[in-house]
Design a protein around this ligand. Structure first.
Ligand code: NAD
Ligand code: IPM
Ligand code: MN
Length: 341
């Protein structure tokens, strides 16, 4: 059966890294069809919206979405992201954002002693601090107020926590839950209670609850002590940028947004990188790794393995972009991956 893939290359460095991810997937010779969706900031300037009104239906007609990044200095970020990325995650109910962080051989470590880094973040992806609930009153006046409300639902927390337990069972049987239930006494306390409840049906998994500030410190002081980490939307966002640096840099990190249904979205963790966009120097490995996660999701296990082995070989051979201390261009890294396939 042909896999139908929607491609949203997006803005800035997005199209540059997605071109390499597509090239790598094409080299695997699968029965796969790309459908380029020209959504993003250019669409906004032409039509006043980041994507068409029927975008969610269009997306659902595919097996997966491969996304580069969106965000451009010409449009306020909250318009851009709520008009596309967050709308897709919420509208398609992709409630878990899986973000592996593994330091590959050949990639320089920023920590002395090169400690082992092999974590999997399971980030809540549709509610919490990013629920989009809030508003502003007294606009423009001295007494103006901005309110941003975090929404934690029992069902919403449970489904992502269950996913994290299942993944912990497939790995080392250790789950760390990021929380802040000392200062925030409602949402994160509910979160902690749900973790305890779900733990009861996964007694083989060792769970630890770590306050997010201490967890951030531990990620850099003792990364080898962490395996699967489950976190709220905002905490997961922040911690996974730290994790990206632990695996070499922003350009290395991959992610999968998954839900209960078949459709899922795959994207590097980084943004549109306006500071380096258009120069052909963005690291494409996070995007290529995301494409590898996509192949796994599509049931193409052999292709997934082959692509991961090629990424590892390219790193071992140190064909790296300058963010990792190398001299290769975006395209040269993509070509090197293809050569090793
Ligand atoms: P960013 O991830 O784009 O950039 C942060 C730093 O990492 C920059 O120095 C950049 O050069 C570097 N970097 C990022 N990707 C890289 C790559 N592939 N190779 C080498 N270096 C890389 O984050 P930002 O600067 O905070 O955001 C820029 C824009 O992207 C904003 O509009 C933001 O809202 C948007 N954004 C979008 C997504 C997304 O679409 N998934 C994610 C994050 C940020
Ligand atoms: C990410 C990004 C997004 C997020 C932004 C662009 C809304 O930073 O995917 O990590 O915070 O989810
Ligand atoms: Mn982020």
């Amino acid at each position: 059966m042909t896999h139908r893939i929607a491609v949203i290359a997006g803005d800035g460095a997005g199209p540059e890294v997605i071109a390499e991810a597509r090239k790598a997937v094409d080299a695997l010779g699968l029965d796969l069809e790309w459908n380029e969706l020209p959504w993003g900031t250019e669409h906004f300037h032409a039509h006043g919206t980041m994507m068409p009104a029927d975008a969610l239906d269009t997306a659902r007609a595919h097996d997966a979405i491969l996304l580069g990044a969106v965000g451009h200095p010409s449009v306020p970020d909250h318009i851009t992201l709520w008009g596309l990325l967050l709308r897709l995650r919420q509208g398609l109910d992709l409630y878990a954002n899986l973000r592996p962080a593994r330091l590959l051989d050949g990639v320089p470590s920023l920590l002395s002693g090169r400690p082992r880094v092999d974590m999997l973040f399971v980030r809540e992806n549709t509610e919490g601090e990013y629920s989009g609930v809030g508003g502003r009153a007294h606009e423009g006046l001295e007494l103006e107020v901005g309110i941003e409300t975090s929404v934690f639902t029992r069902a919403g927390v449970r489904r992502v926590v269950e996913r994290a337990f299942e993944l912990a069972e497939q790995r080392r049987g250790v789950l760390t839950s990021a929380t802040k239930s000392n200062a925030s006494r409602y949402g994160y306390v509910l979160w902690d209670e749900v973790v305890e409840e779900v733990h009861a049906s996964h007694p083989d998994v060792t769970v630890e609850r770590v306050l997010v500030d201490a967890l951030a410190a531990r990620m850099v002081s003792n990364p080898a002590s962490l395996d699967v980490v489950v976190a709220s939307n905002l905490f997961g966002d922040i911690l996974t940028d730290v994790a990206a640096v632990l695996q070499g840099g922003m350009g290395m990190a991959a992610s999968a947004s998954v839900g209960a249904g078949p459709i899922a979205m795959f994207e590097p963790v980084h943004g549109s990188a306006p500071d380096i966009a258009g120069q052909g120097i963005a690291n494409p490995l996070g995007a290529i790794w995301s494409a590898a996660l996509m192949l796994q999701h599509l049931g193409e296990d052999d292709a997934h393995q082959r692509l991961m082995r090629a990424i590892e070989a390219v790193c071992r051979d140190r064909v790296l972009t300058r963010d990792l201390g190398g001299r290769a261009t975006t395209r040269e890294v993509g070509d090197a991956v293809v050569a090793r396939l």
